[in-house]
Structure formats: C-alpha cells, structure tokens
Design a protein around this ligand. Sequence first.
Ligand SMILES: NC(=O)c1ccc[n+]([C@@H]2O[C@H](COP(=O)([O-])OP(=O)(O)OC[C@H]3O[C@@H](n4cnc5c(N)ncnc54)[C@H](O)[C@@H]3O)[C@@H](O)[C@H]2O)c1
Length: 291
Amino acid sequence: MLSGLASEIVLIDANQAKAEGEAMDLNHAVPLAQPGHVWAGKYADCAGAAITVVTAGSAQRPGETRLDLTTRNTEIFRQIIPQIAKHNPEGILLIATNPVDVLTYASQKFSGLSPRQVFGSGTILDTARFRYLLSQHFGVDARSVHAYIIGEHGDSEVPVWSLANIAGMHIPEFCAFNGYNCNDPELENIFERTRDAAYQIISRKGATYYAIGSGLLRIVEAVLRDQNTVLSISSLIEDYYGLNDVCFSLPTIIDRGGVERVLHLELDPTEIEGLRSSAEVLKSTIKSLHL
Ligand SMILES: NC(=O)c1ccc[n+]([C@@H]2O[C@H](COP(=O)([O-])OP(=O)(O)OC[C@H]3O[C@@H](n4cnc5c(N)ncnc54)[C@H](O)[C@@H]3O)[C@@H](O)[C@H]2O)c1
C-alpha cells in the first residue's frame, strides 16, 4: 500500500474482524501514500490476483525453533492452500509462514500448482541481515555489499563467504587491499548474529515485522514488474549438488511467472557440506509430515 505497487489488496484472515480492522486502518493511510484499495475478503476473492502472500498461522514463541511450528502450521495450510489454488489457479503463491521451507514444499503438494508458481520468502531476510551486518562492519552502504545466505531459513542456514564481495572484491581481498583486518573476531561472529537475529528480536518485541515486510515487498515488486531480479528465495530444488525434492533457498531469478531459474553457485567444500546438512534437516521434517 505504501509503495503503490498494487492497485488492490485483499486481506483474508480466520479472524474476519481483525482483517476488517486492518483494512480500515490501512485505507486511512491511502490519502497520505499512494492510490489503492485495501479490503477484507474471503478465499473466493483471491480470484485473478497476480500474487497471494500467505502469512497465516501461528508465530514463533520465545525460545521456540521455527521447526517446532511445523505440525500446527501444516494443518492450517492443508485447509487454506487448496482454497487459494482453487480460486486462483493462474496466480503466484508466496509463502512467508514458518517454517517457510517446509511449508513451501507442503504448498506445492496441497495446491497442485507448478513449481514455478509456488515459492517461499526463504532467506531473503537472512541475506538482508547478513549484508546489513557486513555493511556496518566495513562502513559501506548495505546495497554495495553482495553476499547470500542459502539453505534453510533457520538454524541450519549457510553463509556463502566464498562469494561475498564488495566492489567486486572477495572479503579477504577487500580487507588486504583496503587496510581492514579480516581476522577480526567481530567479523567471524557476523554469521552467528545473522542466524540468531530472529531469536534476539522475538525475545525483545515478540515478533519481527519490518524487514520481512520489506523483503516480501521486494519479491512482489520483482513479480509484478517482471524484473528478473536475483533474490534468495525458497523453491523446489532439483539436481543441485545431488540434492532433490526439497525446498530451500538459493539465489533465484524472479520474473512475472515466479521462479524463472535457480542459479548454480560455485560453492567451496564446506559450503556444499553445509547445504547438504541443511537439506537433510528439511527432508527429515518433510518426511515426518506424511504429506
Ligand atoms: N519467513 C520469514 O522470514 C518470517 C518473518 C517473520 C514472520 N514469519 C512468520 O509469519 C507468520 C505470521 O507471523 P505474524 O507475526 O504475522 O503472526 P500473527 O499471529 O500476528 O498473524 C498470524 C495471523 O494468521 C491468522 N490465522 C491463523 N490461522 C489461520 C487460518 N487457519 N486461516 C487464516 N488465517 C489464520 C491469525 O488470525 C493471525 O491474524 C509466522 O509463522 C511467523 O513465524 C516469517
């Protein structure tokens, strides 16, 4: 609504009164933002939507891992995803509810839509956190830092240090040629701070809102404007370093049709091993769900 990207936004929630209240509150900002219409609807109102962003479900509680949420949220998805797909078979499904990788996989099964149409926000947020923390460390605009977190959006996620770069220079070269200390312990704990950021925020304010909202907006923009943007999102993985039939995040080209292509990365052996472990964690959870 603030960006003016969509002319119409329908809010659907099990708590209809909440959706109505949110729509009223949001509409009152329209004169101060961009023309648009926000309203509370039902699943039938998904018909014709370019994209449906699914955030319904239980939130992570303090101290709870994302995978703990799985069973509760899978049952919710079993109810709602077929209804969205029935009313909007041509639209894109963007999953944000956690555990996002498992629920993206479940949504593929429950919707019957093509893998191109169904994907999750994945590590778009973790990648943003990683870039932000690196940017703070080096005193560079975060938009000039290029680095990815891949794998699970969660505890087993993997930082791709070998490809991280600033001004086209890998981090060790950037340090060596520009007078930074690459052995600084603070640099080493940037990944831990990235991975554990959600726990840190949830313990302070109960949930995360703004960065994930911005990440979802960025994905929606790439779709609606057919931008071919490379974003780290979660989609169905086939034949990636021998990994198959699981959803996790990799840099992916996003266009009007959704997942255009998952990019192949030249990873180092530690990163490949990390990705394999991450895929194993996700696969064993998916298996336990008997989808
Ligand atoms: N992927 C990410 O990076 C990321 C980041 C932040 C939050 N999340 C996840 O997003 C989800 C939502 O978080 P939140 O803070 O907005 O939680 P919230 O509790 O504020 O909102 C969840 C909403 O889902 C609704 N809901 C519950 N069951 C439903 C059903 N069966 N049908 C329709 N609506 C239903 C609730 O009424 C509620 O309004 C959580 O799973 C959270 O972990 C993901």
